[in-house]
Design a protein around this ligand. Structure first.
Ligand code: NAD
Length: 260
């Protein structure tokens, strides 16, 4: 049995992970922690009591799963390293210094980091990368729809799909992205990758990557129905990374998507 520890166990993703872990054969829930002094501390969920000591939890786990806040990352990495425990990082909003810290930790332990842990998005990105490479002169537009409470645009996942398209073409997304259009924009710039963001209702997240050529179009579409998909993918990553050599891995590694 693979022993799992949930960091951020009191949060929305933490709760989804606790429920999904309890229903996963081959995994056993070793514990969960949340912010010291927070409301979640002491709550009993899925047979474990939520605590606040990541270092102690790491010592009784094979793998930690981190869905917290960027400010917690350094402590979580230190806890994993000290216990020689693997870690899956799903927390988003990471800055360059966080990625530097992940790289340093990955010299000693196995780390999977993914801003979107859904298995469907990983496959979607792989399809987009291949299509962008094969259809080098087609126009690429990425549209996303999210619930009315989302505060940022384009979504991190839309940008990740843009990065996959740019990687397929061997260019940097920052050089070709058009993140919004308004007014007299002039004709489309060849090679650009456009984004459009729609907001409304309770949509968990739809992403549509449109490849438009002369006389034909392809649409690659992913629709998220709920956040359980992120929990399931994170648990798949946790099972995969357990026992792997030190290094930094992605969902492409988890799913073996690199050369397909
Ligand atoms: P949330 O606010 O509901 O939960 C975060 C939890 O982390 C809270 O319970 C908070 O108290 C806890 N926390 C804060 N500081 C902590 C610390 N130092 N130690 C331990 N716990 C701490 O947020 P959420 O919706 O569950 O999302 C969490 C993170 O995961 C966000 O960054 C979000 O963007 C990201 N996310 C990633 C994916 C993905 O697929 N990778 C999917 C959904 C959300």
């Amino acid at each position: 049995m693979i022993r799992i520890g949930i960091l951020g166990a009191g949060g929305r993703m933490g709760q989804a992970l606790l429920a999904a872990a309890a229903a996963s054969p081959g995994l056993t829930l070793a514990g969960g922690i949340d912010r010291a002094g927070g409301d979640a501390i002491g709550a009993v969920v899925g047979g474990i009591t939520i605590g606040d000591d990541a270092a102690a939890l790491a010592h009784i786990c094979d793998v930690l799963i981190d869905f917290t806040v960027p400010a917690a990352l350094a402590g979580n990495l230190a806890a994993a390293r000290a216990a020689a425990c693997a870690i899956v990082i799903g927390t988003t909003g990471l800055e360059p210094e966080h990625h530097t810290a992940i790289d340093a930790a990955a010299a000693a332990i196995a780390v999977v980091q993914a801003a979107n842990t859904s298995l469907g998005i990983a496959v979607t990105a792989a399809l987009v990368r291949r299509a962008a490479a094969a259809l080098a002169d087609w126009d690429i537009e990425i549209a996303e729809l999210h619930h009315r409470m989302k505060v940022d645009a384009p979504s991190g996942t839309a940008l990740a799909l843009g990065q996959a398209a740019a990687a397929g073409r061997g260019v940097a997304l920052a050089d070709v992205a058009v993140r919004s259009r308004d007014g007299i924009t002039g004709p489309r710039v060849d090679g650009s990758i456009g984004f459009a963001s729609l907001r409304g209702g309770s949509a968990a997240g739809d992403h549509i990557v449109l490849f438009a050529g002369e006389g034909e179009r392809i649409e690659i579409v992913h629709r998220a129905e709920n956040r359980d998909i992120f929990a399931r993918g994170a648990l798949t990553a946790a099972a995969w990374v357990t026992g792997k050599p030190a290094g930094r891995y992605t969902m492409d590694d988890v799913l073996g998507l690199h050369d397909r």
